[in-house]
Design a protein around this ligand. Sequence first.
Ligand code: ZN
Length: 152
Amino acid sequence: MTADSLYRELILDHNSNPRNFYVMEDADVYLEGYNPLCGDRITLYLKYDDTGERIAKASFQGKGCAISMASASMMTEAVQGLSKDKALQLFEQFHDLITGKLPEEQAYDALGKLIAFSGLKRLPTRVKCASLAWHTLKNALLGKTSEKVSTE
Ligand code: ZN
């Protein structure tokens, strides 16, 4: 099996069985994100630990293409337990990967299985599908929750 087909399997699996896919009743923050180009919509929920600096739980709800759903699912797994700063750093690394600024070989240590999305650098129109959940996360972490997040 090639890496590409392995990554495709992973994305399809997270799309058909999204992890952390629920409305979090006790969330500290929740925020909606929308990608008008594709019609992807998500609501992201975060619960912080007692210090308020670390993500204790992340979940989402939404509807959209396979890439947007798989990305949100894998993101909620990846950021659970991370400090806000570390999660923001992961966003930057993920964004650099899917826009082709971070070579795949260097990305694996930082991103683990999130490098499944590395093929998107050849599909620029889908980059917003994969980054929707992450842009929503960034605004939520920075406390910019008064407005819906839009990729446009
Ligand atoms: Zn999409």
